[in-house]
Design a protein around this ligand. Sequence first.
Ligand code: ATP
Length: 250
Amino acid sequence: MREAVHGALTQEARGVGLEVRGLAKRFGALQAVQGLSFSVQPGETVGLLGPNGAGKTTTLLCVAGLVRPDSGDVRWNGAVLGPERGRQVTLISETPEVYPMLTVWEHLVFVARACRLPVGWQDRGEELLERLALADQRDALGESLSKGMRQKTLIAASVLAGTPALLLDEPMIGLDPRGQRELRGMLDELRRAGGALLISTHLLESAEAICDRVVILKSGRLVAQGNIAELRQRRGAEQSLEDAFLDLTQ
Ligand code: ATP
């Protein structure tokens, strides 16, 4: 898939990437996210970790422009993004939502029209379906797709649109081991093609396998960020990522 996505990711993808600055979001009396800043560079996969209720989904929704933060901003290559940021950022939620009455291929047609892609996009669309092992589902309706197929449809649509930053909320949950392995491979290829990937997960083994760096939240605040080797060494002696995570979030 690398070749297919390479051309799809824009020149922009070589800049400073995605920056989250001073993000805060309150729900009534509950401060769900507070003063959160981190970045995801092109060609980097960052894991967003934290216990239940730490603010991961709220963060992803704010970064995707689907929830308005109380303060803070989100930038792509230094420019503050407005509410309409679908060309820079795509969020694939824990329950990936596709149009039930559109086929897989029609999702790509929809994106091509919405983004006014130049004539000839169909070849790239077909190639993406092949690379993502979705060609057999080309004419299947959205409502009939499994979670993995829905994820792949959205990944194909996002790559076709040339969206450089991809956010995934708990992407591994509900996938069988083969689906998880396929998804890991796809994410690795997207990253190597210059994508900026932000992935929320409770699965620390997956985070360790996929992510270059992790950002750890607790009660809406950042408690640690860095590469996994650094986090494991933070007490001097080597800890497992699980022990480091539990230490930081207890
Ligand atoms: P989990 O790992 O359990 O999915 P999370 O880290 O994704 O949790 P969020 O879903 O971001 O956490 O929730 C952070 C806090 O904000 C939680 O206390 C949650 O109950 C609260 N919250 C989230 N969305 C809303 C909302 N729409 N209205 C009120 N409170 C909300």
